[in-house]
Design a protein around this ligand. Structure first.
Ligand SMILES: NC(=O)c1ccc[n+]([C@@H]2O[C@H](COP(=O)([O-])OP(=O)(O)OC[C@H]3O[C@@H](n4cnc5c(N)ncnc54)[C@H](OP(=O)(O)O)[C@@H]3O)[C@@H](O)[C@H]2O)c1
Length: 320
């Protein structure tokens, strides 16, 4: 079957279409004929080699989520799954393939109301958004800032904060056009990437959900209200400065909290329950999925070029 692998860390051209043997599901696994594959910000970081310290090597097949039809099952998996349309988390890789392997615990039936393309814009990012807000102890009536809101995690976070009764949902983004689209999804205030807004924008936030991190991260400690919480859920802007603890101590009198959040710390059953609910919420029209573009799997290089160029709003989806 065809797959896309990282031949060489660095630019998108380091991705290559390769032929690999058709996989067979082991015990507890299913094989899925992929109809749609999500391209995530994490795939880009892995391709750049930025996560090599976490064990990612050249030759890695990126991609964490697929949707399609189960074609076979391993031992201990109910054969009734064969023929079902599903969404699946493939882990930190293994998604850019025609036929994907997933553990049955990470496989969810696709409701009739949700397309495969929509499912892979939502399955992973919705969970990060939901539990990122939970980790921040977000509650109705609070002022929220989503930093890096134009990606799939940010778009879901904006919607969930608005649905959850936030008093305001501010976003950082790089263009007025993106700001307009984020307002359509529930943002109430649009700021530039540095977090500067105009007259009438909030001056403090109870919760900041940060997808960016990077050198600028400590400057956002100052934007927290007393007892405010900043939760880092991504690092698309790179690592924060090594001495960012100094900034935390400078904000001492705010009784502020700083935390990171990884969906890997949430139980499989809790993630599943949230996904079932979010898939249904899309069907009811309460949550919206944002597909930037659909490209053939063989055009993964182009997909990553678009990600690197910063032109993607929402998710790029690859189709085998
Ligand atoms: N916590 C978890 O469990 C979990 C799970 C999966 C992935 N992740 C992490 O989440 C991140 C990817 O999320 P995503 O796919 O939603 O993000 P994304 O689409 O790659 O980026 C989100 C937005 O951030 C802005 N941005 C990009 N670079 C920036 C920079 N240098 N400074 C300021 N803003 C910048 C861009 O919007 P504008 O141009 O509009 O500013 C971009 O659209 C990765 O770090 C990944 O490792 C975390």
């Amino acid at each position: 079957m065809k797959a896309v692998a990282i031949k060489e860390f660095g630019g998108p051209e380091g991705l290559a279409v390769i032929d690999i043997p058709d996989p067979a599901p082991a015990r507890g696994q299913v094989l899925i004929a992929s109809e749609a594959i999500g391209v995530g910000g994490a795939d880009v970081m892995i391709r750049r080699g930025a996560l090599a310290a976490y064990g990612f090597r050249q030759g890695h097949v990126p991609g964490g989520e697929v949707a399609g039809t189960v074609t076979s099952v391993g031992d201990d998996v109910d054969p009734a799954w064969v023929g079902r349309r599903v969404w699946a988390f493939t882990g930190t890789g293994g998604g850019y393939v025609e036929q994907a392997i997933a553990s049955i615990g990470e496989v969810l039936p696709l409701p009739a109301t949700l397309s495969a393309v929509d499912a892979v814009t939502l399955g992973s990012s919705g969970v990060v958004a939901h539990f990122g807000l939970t980790h921040a102890h977000f509650k109705s009536g609070e002022a929220v800032l989503v930093r890096g809101a134009a990606g799939s995690i940010g778009i879901m976070t904006v919607q969930l904060a608005a649905l959850g009764g936030a008093s305001s949902v501010a976003v950082t983004t790089s263009s007025p056009e993106r700001g307009r689209r984020l307002r359509d999804l529930g943002a109430t205030h649009v700021l530039d990437r540095t977090g500067r807004g105009g007259p009438g924008d909030p001056v403090g936030y109870d919760v900041i959900i940060d997808v960016v991190a990077g050198e600028e991260m400590p400057s956002f400690f100052d934007r927290l209200n007393p007892n405010g919480r900043l939760v880092v859920v991504g690092a698309v802007g790179g690592q924060p400065p090594a001495d960012f603890g100094t900034g935390l101590m400078a904000a001492f009198q705010k009784s502020m909290s700083f935390a990171t959040f990884s969906a890997a710390t949430v139980t499989e059953s809790a993630r599943r329950a949230v996904r079932v609910e979010q898939f249904a919420a899309v069907g009811r029209g309460e949550l919206r999925t944002v597909v930037h573009e659909i490209l053939p799997l063989e055009h993964a290089v182009l997909a990553h070029q678009k990600m690197d160029a910063g032109e993607v709003f929402g998710r790029i989806v690859l189709i085998p």
